[in-house]
Design a protein around this ligand. Structure first.
Ligand code: NAI
Ligand code: 15L
Length: 265
């Protein structure tokens, strides 16, 4: 592909993908509201607020694909979530509609289903059970993307990321972890697939302890290769046996279920 846009490129996942995706497109257009540092040889840097419709229209112009990581990534005040995750999604999809419908990978979240228990096994057809306003904003994003698919044919991979980081750091993540390498493989499959549609995809590695069944998305050919199980002994040694009554070990969303509705100040 010629030009791939990555929003949220200054964030944790954006920084991890910035170097890993350099070979996926001729040019990476990297965007964030925060500072993005110096541009590399095949990089274009655009600092903008996803809540600014005109800026987002300019941002999407000339892009052949979008990895949408930008937004509020944890529970927060509704006003912040509203601007970045709701208005930001709408601005991005309107900009994509005006610019030839580049394929989009939307970084949704496991917090769309955080109130399922860890002994529930669910798949892409299971009703959402968001665990806070952040999770609700990701449900909104998924539904917005679905509507743009039905109405305009806009294709999106709705990736409900579990916990994407260097390695799992607690017992919950033995189920929810996705390695950076597996996320990169998923991004490649998303943009290479002859037909994408608008599937829900669980963003996890090939974990023995997984709660989520990805068989609905098997047509994409994504085969995650890492497995959090590899870290179980290390986590047992560091943390001891998990408390079976703690939210972290009861709910798929872990501690997010206990977050309050944050007051606007
Ligand atoms: P992060 O918080 O480190 O990065 C998000 C980036 O979005 C930040 O650099 C931030 O400056 C930017 N941003 C926030 N508001 C913005 C606005 N109004 N306009 C433009 N940019 C704005 O989060 P992380 O961990 O990198 O996650 C990336 C995406 O993946 C997020 O959408 C998050 O919800 C989603 N996700 C991540 C998971 C993970 O394990 N890292 C798990 C599930 C979902
Ligand atoms: C998320 O949605 C968050 O963005 C990330 O920071 C992690 O907390 C992750 O979920 C998780 O549930 O582990």
């Amino acid at each position: 592909m010629k030009r791939l846009l990555i929003t949220g490129a200054a964030g944790a996942l954006g920084r991890a993908m910035r170097t890993r995706l350099a070979d996926v497109a001729d040019i990476l257009r990297l965007s964030d509201i925060s500072n993005l540092g110096e541009a590399g040889p095949n990089e274009e840097l655009v600092q903008c607020d996803l809540g600014d419709a005109d800026a987002v229209h300019r941002l999407v112009e000339g892009c052949d694909g979008i990895v949408h990581l930008g937004g509020v990534s944890v529970e927060d005040k509704f006003s912040k979530i509203l601007n970045a995750n709701l208005l930001g999604m709408f601005n991005l999809y309107e900009a994509a509609r005006a610019n030839g419908h580049p394929r989009i990978l939307f970084a949704s979240s496991n917090h769309t289903v955080g109130f399922y228990r860890q002994d529930d096994k669910i798949d892409a057809t299971s009703p959402t059970r968001p665990d806070g306003l952040y999770g609700v904003s990701k449900c909104f994003g998924e539904q917005l993307a679905r509507m743009y698919f039905e109405k305009f044919g806009q294709e999106t991979a709705l990736v409900r990321i579990g916990s994407c980081m260097e390695k799992p750091s607690n017992h919950r993540m033995l189920s929810s972890w996705m390695s950076y390498a597996d996320f990169k493989r998923l991004i490649e499959c998303t943009f290479r697939a002859p037909m994408l549609g608008c599937p829900v995809i669980w963003g996890i590695s090939n974990n023995d302890a997984a709660w989520w069944d990805n068989s609905h998305a098997s047509y994409l050919g994504w085969k995650p290769q890492d497995n959090a199980e590899h870290y179980r002994a290390e986590i047992d040694a560091a943390l001891g046996k998990p408390d079976p009554k703690a939210a972290l070990h009861v709910y798929q969303g872990g501690n997010f279920v206990n977050d309050p509705i944050f007051k606007e100040s």
